[in-house]
Design a protein around this ligand. Structure first.
Ligand SMILES: Cc1cc2nc3c(=O)[nH]c(=O)nc-3n(C[C@H](O)[C@H](O)[C@H](O)COP(=O)(O)OP(=O)(O)OC[C@H]3O[C@@H](n4cnc5c(N)ncnc54)[C@H](O)[C@@H]3O)c2cc1C
Ligand code: SF4
Length: 469
């Protein structure tokens, strides 16, 4: 029997989206969701469930959508995933559940992410999400006023705080920035993940009784030892990997070179795109070069387009096939006019007499044998140097954990990349201190941060209730 095509999500027209920060993907209508859900084969081995880092019962919730029972579908998703409206939007499903869906053999996997998003948005719109949350809040047990500190408010911290608050612990969350949410708030742009959705989840944490203290930098305002001595039974570290890497080439300090982290934080968190209504300015040139090929690079390039840059280029040292960015985001970037300068490696930034960027000396690359990541290694082509004109450069070649906590608490062991070392149950080398998310995994994904966060909260609860700490 021929397999029907996927129902693709409608998107905002390109002419509208390149000058606005409105969400690009528009989601399914009820009819579209039911039509897509009916494509699922409900196959007994359920490879999609194995492909989901938090083990959502995917065929079960899809069956409910096909029957038009969206409430049951929502309840099934929520058994395993606290923030489906977020993961439905940003998870790299093509490498996870959809990547192993049996229909992917025909390149037509069930649109699991779009269906998850549909159900989560339906629940928010109908007020069902709020109703269920109120029940969870009302039914939460008391756990003898045991205090737990959660450091960092990204998806790992959100998961741990919610899990422990629901178990009756008194949870305080400390966040260095003035708004909670981690990368969901300061990194991923509004046009991919509307901030009202992140704010809803943060509000849910507050209603669960979590005390969120912003503008508190652990390692400076208080140390981990201060927290442990202050009556917190356990401390969870979910501080992410937000310190940008630089290529280490001449000219990096020229004017108009940003790290993607700074660029996106200014735009997303400080709302520079609404300047002067918000008082953070951002300067964008006419010809922008974004260096890197991951999600962060695509977000920076698409943001530069929306800020009015005339030409935006991705400079990437491998080919499109090796790009770590989500396929969907590469397509969106191309539709919005971003150009791809592939097999290109910057070797020097060039400035004028006032130290303002005017260009980037680059060298062409060719692909050699696969490296440790399995991707073919880029090798410079001798004598192929050329100048790429650019008046703004945004560096998006990766990030590593901030070294502050490890420096101020040497008992917490880290590896050579600065990632916190834990045992298999997410205990660090310091008693009563646990960690998960990017600070342990290095740059990973939202769902992996949540999955490890869930395991860490289970370990904390076990260690406390079995009297180990
Ligand atoms: C621009 C961008 C786009 C991305 N796109 C995707 C995507 O599409 N899909 C996907 O799955 N993943 C994506 N990722 C990756 C994903 O966002 C991360 O893997 C995830 O957010 C990690 O979660 P976390 O909770 O470990 O840390 P984070 O989200 O980084 O949160 C850590 C928080 O801790 C705070 N903090 C740090 N140090 C301290 C301290 N000393 N004291 C107090 N607070 C502190 C930080 O301010 C931050 O708020 C993207 C990342 C970026 C940067
Ligand atoms: S593998 Fe694909 S078709 Fe099979 S149950 Fe999962 S989503 Fe449905």
């Amino acid at each position: 029997m021929p397999v029907k095509d996927r129902v693709e999500m409608r998107k905002l027209p390109v002419e509208k989206r390149i000058r606005s920060f409105e969400e690009v993907a528009l989601g399914y209508t009820e009819e579209e969701a039911i039509q897509e859900a009916k494509r699922c084969l409900q196959c007994p081995p359920r490879p999609c469930v194995q492909g989901c880092p938090v083990g959502i019962e995917i065929p079960r919730f899809i069956k409910k959508i096909a029957e038009g029972d969206f409430l049951s579908a929502y309840k099934i998703i929520k058994e395993r995933n606290a923030i489906p409206a977020i993961t439905g939007r940003v998870c790299p499903q093509e490498h996870q559940c959809e990547g192993v869906c049996v229909l992917n053999k025909l390149k037509k996997p069930t649109a699991i992410g779009a269906l998850e998003r549909f159900v989560a948005d339906w629940a928010l719109k109908e007020g069902v999400a709020k109703e269920l949350a109120e029940k969870e809040i009302a039914n939460r047990p008391s756990n003898g006023n045991i205090k737990v500190a959660v450091v960092g408010s990204g998806p790992a911290g959100i998961t741990v705080a919610a899990d422990l608050a629901k178990l009756g612990y008194e949870v305080t969350m400390f966040e260095a920035l003035h708004k909670p949410g981690g990368v969901l708030m300061y990194g991923i742009p509004e046009f991919r993940l509307p901030k009202r959705i992140v704010e809803y989840e943060i509000d849910y944490l507050r209603r669960l009784g979590v005390d969120i203290e912003t503008n508190v930098l652990i390692g400076r305002t208080y140390t981990i030892k201060d927290l442990l001595e202050d009556g917190y039974k356990a401390v969870f570290l979910g501080t992410g990997a937000g310190t940008p890497k630089f290529p280490g080439i001449p000219g990096e300090t020229l004017v108009n070179i940003y790290s993607a982290n700074e660029f996106l934080t200014r735009v997303n968190l400080m709302k520079a795109y609404l300047f002067p209504q918000y008082d953070t300015p951002i300067k964008i040139g006419k010809r922008v070069a974004v260096i890197g090929g991951g999600n962060v690079a695509m977000d920076a390039a698409r943001t530069a387009v929306r800020l009015g840059a005339e030409e935006v280029y991705i400079l990437y040292r491998r080919t499109e096939e090796e790009m770590p960015a989500r396929r969907e985001e590469v397509i969106n970037a191309k539709e919005e006019g971003v150009k791809f300068q592939l097999l290109t490696q910057p070797i020097r930034f060039i400035g004028n007499k006032d130290d303002i960027l005017t260009g980037i000396e680059c060298i062409r690359m060719q692909l050699g044998e696969p490296d440790a990541t399995g991707r073919r290694k880029p090798i410079p082509v001798p004598g192929s140097e050329f100048i790429f004109e650019a008046d703004t450069a945004i560096i998006a070649i990766g990030a590593h954990p901030n070294p502050l906590i490890a420096r101020t608490t040497p008992e917490i062991k880290v590896d050579e990349e600065g990632r916190v070392i834990t045992d298999s149950e997410l205990r660090t080398s310091m008693k009563r201190v646990y960690a998960a998310g990017d600070i342990v995994l290095g740059e990973a994904t939202v769902i992996e941060a949540m999955g490890t966060g869930r395991r860490a909260s289970q370990t904390i609860h076990r260690d406390i209730s079995e009297g180990r700490i």
